[in-house]
Write a protein of this length. Structure first.
Length: 464
């Protein structure tokens, strides 16, 4: 049988080639050279034994192709498609154990297999996924997944790199909606570093919409942007619960698929006892809604309500990113200058008989009085002589959207701005990465470094 190898790309494309078990895996491995980074072997019959053999071989190849003795850089796969291969939990565990070591592997597709997420395997599977760099994970059309197993899976899922999770056509019943809601509104199992605030920290007022408290934990799904749940059986109540949770507590997800989610059985609406109507003519439960009513409810939630919520999240994401970029340079200039002044001063040393603190207060009062009287201030505006709280507030307003930050994000901006060692490292990195590049390429380097800065300081997503 001929093997299709697209040598002009980084893809080995081998679907429907009749690879079976361990023997099939051993036939695939010779096709994977150092130029290959994507592997599509869907619609074969590798099964559990063949999949485990394949990834043991890939682990050996990864070490060989990354050999420092030969002067070779890091090698790994970026994408693996093992759809329709008879894979079970044990094989999935082996695949993700490999993914945990291969830092380049970002996309894994195991759709249409025999994965069940049994209790004895799910914890190991999730631990490997949490430790990987996978950004897109597809379990589509794994109809044997147990609801209890999925609940456990989502309860443990805490993968910082995961951006897209596909659970469409998995026969998920309404009982799994609670686990989905808990994941979408969850707090990370690993607490972020606690940052204590000084008394001079700017505190948000009522315009901050309740965002004044410092958040000590990150959401387990903070970086999740896409969740596909199409073609399940969540029912109108499950769909509504998920959308309610996103509206109330999730400001980062921007794409959700909830189409074709009618329940297998009739849905019971939540009606208070005092609102309960009499029995129906046919003697049925008056709380039951028929399929037409359920479809109408799902249609309203998915086609009218959900798009507005996702648009809100997109707007908030753009808002925090834009404000962070705007405030970056003013913060570095002003706050570093302020640090210089404080470093060179002797605290509350008297100048002309007036302490520096009193001098600052007098200056601030004079400026405010002139502004209040409608008289332009004609002297030199000594910004850095203002009290520290006022200077920080002015810097915050240079973002043109001071309410976009919560306290934790603003603290990170301040600390990053006055971190001179960090600024020196960033400058040296920019010089190295821009060396030998054209103007347009240098702009690309600047964009990459700006994106890295946003992610490093958790300024790429809206936070409450």
């Amino acid at each position: 049988m001929a093997v299709i190898l697209r040598s002009n790309t980084d893809l080995v494309y081998l679907p429907d080639h009749g690879f079976v078990g361990e023997e099939g895996a051993l036939r695939i491995l010779p096709q994977i050279t150092r130029q290959i980074h994507r592997l599509d072997i869907s619609h074969n019959l590798l099964g559990s034994s063949g999949t485990l053999t394949l990834f043991k071989g890939l682990s050996t190849l990864r070490l060989r192709h990354s050999s420092p003795e030969l002067g070779l850089g890091l090698w790994g796969l970026k994408e693996v498609n093992l759809g329709m291969n008879g894979i079970d939990d044990i094989a999935l565990d082996g695949l993700l154990a490999y993914a945990k070591k291969d830092v380049l592997l970002s996309r894994v597709l195991v759709q249409g297999n025999e994965i069940t997420l049994e209790d004895g395997n799910v914890e190991s599977i999730v631990n490997s996924l949490n430790g990987s760099h996978i950004t897109s994970f597809s379990l589509v059309n794994n109809t044997s997944i147990r609801p209890e197993g999925l609940n456990r899976f989502l309860g443990l899922l805490d993968c910082p790199s995961l951006k897209s999770l596909h659970l469409s056509a998995c026969n998920l019943p309404p009982s799994t909606s609670e686990a989905i809601v808990n994941y979408l509104t969850s707090i990370s199992n690993s607490n972020s570093t606690h940052t204590s605030e000084t008394s001079s920290e700017w505190k948000s007022n009522s315009k901050g919409e309740g965002r004044g408290k410092l958040r000590l934990d990150q959401s387990r799904c903070r970086n999740l942007e896409n969740l596909e749940l199409n073609g399940n059986h969540l029912g109108s109540e499950g769909v509504t619960k998920i959308i309610d949770a996103i509206e109330k507590d999730n400001y980062t997800i921007t794409s959700v698929g909830l189409l074709a989610n009618h329940a297998l059985s009739e849905q019971i609406t939540n009606i208070d006892d005092d609102q309960l109507p009499g029995a129906t003519l046919d003697g049925g439960d008056p709380r039951l809604i028929d399929r037409n009513q359920e479809n109408k409810a799902i249609e309203y939630q998915v086609h009218q309500r959900l798009p507005l919520i996702l648009d809100r999240n997109r707007i908030l994401t753009r808002r925090i990113r834009r404000a962070s970029v705007r405030v970056l340079y003013p913060a570095r200039i002003i706050l570093n200058a302020q640090v210089n002044i404080h470093d060179n001063s002797d605290g509350d040393t008297c100048v002309n008989g007036v302490g520096s603190m009193e001098r600052n207060k007098e200056f601030a009062r004079g400026v405010i009085e002139d502004i209040s009287n409608g008289v332009p201030y004609k002297g030199i505006f000594r910004l850095l002589d203002l009290p520290e709280e006022i200077v920080q507030l002015i810097v915050r307003y240079t973002s043109e959207d001071p309410w976009a930050f919560n306290d934790a994000q603003w603290t990170k901006i301040r600390r990053d701005a006055i971190d001179r060692d960090g600024l020196k490292k960033m400058y040296r990195s920019r010089v190295v990465r821009s060396r030998g590049k054209m103007i347009d390429e240098i702009k690309g380097v600047n964009r990459e470094m700006r994106e890295e800065w946003l992610k490093r300081n958790n300024l790429d997503k809206w936070e409450r």
